[in-house]
Design a protein around this ligand. Structure first.
Ligand SMILES: Cc1ncc(COP(=O)(O)O)c(C=O)c1O
Length: 413
């Protein structure tokens, strides 16, 4: 029997939902739906649109690339100037010295690529026994099988059969538990993967010193440290990467989202010489990993234009400015008891509601008033606005959040 539902099966949605908000167009930090409603985008779509929506300069860069060469395989023996240029540019911004850059199409692909490349580098270095990858509870690493296996959000792992062997989770904040697990598996450790600041799992910055200690443990045990910077990469923390914000340098760094601000799908992995050297040691070795669209010319052109805009408009500094307003407002709502507490850093924040308040209901009530947040769990809404959001728009967004939340608090009391 044919499904009675529309053909488009939405990601991360109930397959029976039909009343989606149909987005028609966007402009800066605002989007408009086909019913004529206007919204302030408090989430940069899905944590990615740093430069804001609807930018003609991006359209021109994409159009120019399509009419030159839209894309061409980067598998042996081909390359394009634009892909080479983008990797040079990313390496120059990267916290990792003398890095190389692998390109793919999404955050999930970047995570799976990093996991495969970490294991492969150990094999090429003569340590095929190093296969164990440790991730942290609450971590979100995308939805391909590698990332699903590394997920620290249990419901996201369920229903997909046997996940990858040798990928295990540990308590997200307990460095002693991490240390114990690492020393128990010292001779078979491949890597530890973590977001520097956990995003989709609820916006959890690392505990003071956690990442520094993790770096030390990885060095001590010969494991690679992978930072999943799909959200924190490209400006969200006021630095190009979260690694620079926290002062900890990983061996592999995944990125996607804000590298193009979503104007084209693009992701990748930045790799340190410690990872590349074993892959480069044997001239006969062939890297049997990659995607048809690795190094897609139009996606690369979009990324270069996006990075130019970010630099020209000072969007890293802008992230710091936005962050101050977000932090001050959310912290004062917390001290007034409107929310339970706030957590976050620079351009990404979460408001944990008072007990009994449903974050999805708050989100829906805000949508009716023209403001977008994301309910990242049953009790938390998150904020990650485009970095071009104006002070006035941000004030309106936070005013709507405060007024809506206060109504929920009053109803409950
Ligand atoms: C830290 C992190 N890793 C990986 C992903 C997956 O990215 P994508 O949805 O582009 O596959 C996300 C998506 O939100 C993410 O936040």
């Amino acid at each position: 029997m044919a499904s009675p539902f529309p053909r488009f099966l939405h990601p991360f949605a109930k397959p029976t939902r039909t009343d989606f908000i149909e987005v028609a167009r966007g402009d800066g930090a605002r989007i408009y739906d086909t019913a004529g409603n206007e919204y302030i985008d408090g989430m940069a779509s899905l944590w990615y649109c740093a430069i804001g929506h609807g930018r003609a300069e991006m359209a021109a860069a994409i159009s120019a690339q399509v009419s030159t060469i839209e894309a061409y395989s980067a598998f042996d023996p081909f390359t394009t100037k634009v892909a080479e240029e983008l990797c040079e540019r990313i390496a120059s911004l990267s916290p990792i010295v003398d890095s190389r850059v692998f390109l793919c199409n999404s955050g999930s692909e970047s995570v799976d690529s990093a996991m495969k490349l970490a294991r492969l580098a150990h094999v090429q270095a003569g340590h095929p026994e190093r296969t164990l990858i440790i991730s942290r509870g609450r971590g979100y690493h995308g939805t391909n099988y590698g990332g699903t296996s590394a997920q620290g959000i249990p419901p996201n792992r369920e229903g997909y059969g046997t996940l990858l062997a040798d990928v295990v989770q540990v308590d997200p904040d307990d460095i002693e538990a991490m240390s114990l697990l690492m020393s128990q598996n010292a001779d078979r450790l491949a890597a530890v993967i973590t977001e520097p600041l956990q995003g989709a799992g609820g916006v959890f910055p690392p505990k003071e010193g956690y990442l520094q200690q993790l770096r030390k443990l990885c060095d001590q045990h010969g494991a690679y440290l992978i930072f999943d910077e799909v959200i924190t990469g490209f400006g969200r923390l006021g630095t190009w990467f979260g690694a620079q914000y926290y002062g900890v340098t990983p061996d592999l760094l995944t990125f996607a989202k804000a590298v193009t601000s979503g104007y084209q799908p693009l992701g990748g992995v930045i790799m340190a010489p410690s990872v590349c050297a074993p892959l480069e040691a044997d001239p006969a070795f062939l890297l049997r990993h990659g995607y048809t669209y690795s190094g897609h010319a139009t996606a690369c052109a979009a990324a270069l234009c996006n990075l130019n805009i970010m630099e020209r408009e000072g969007l890293l500094e802008r992230a710091v400015h936005i962050g101050k307003q977000l932090e001050a407002t959310l912290q004062s709502l917390a001290s007034d008891g409107v929310i339970h507490h706030a957590r976050g850093a620079v351009g990404v924040w979460a408001a944990a509601h008072q007990p009994g308040i449903d974050s999805f209901a708050v989100r829906d009530a805000m949508l009716k008033r023209g403001a977008i947040t994301r309910a990242v769990s049953a009790d938390t809404n998150s904020f990650c606005p485009p970095l071009v959001i104006t002070d006035k728009e941000l004030t309106t967004l936070l005013d709507i959040f405060a007024a809506t939340t206060m109504e929920f608090v009053k109803q409950k009391n």
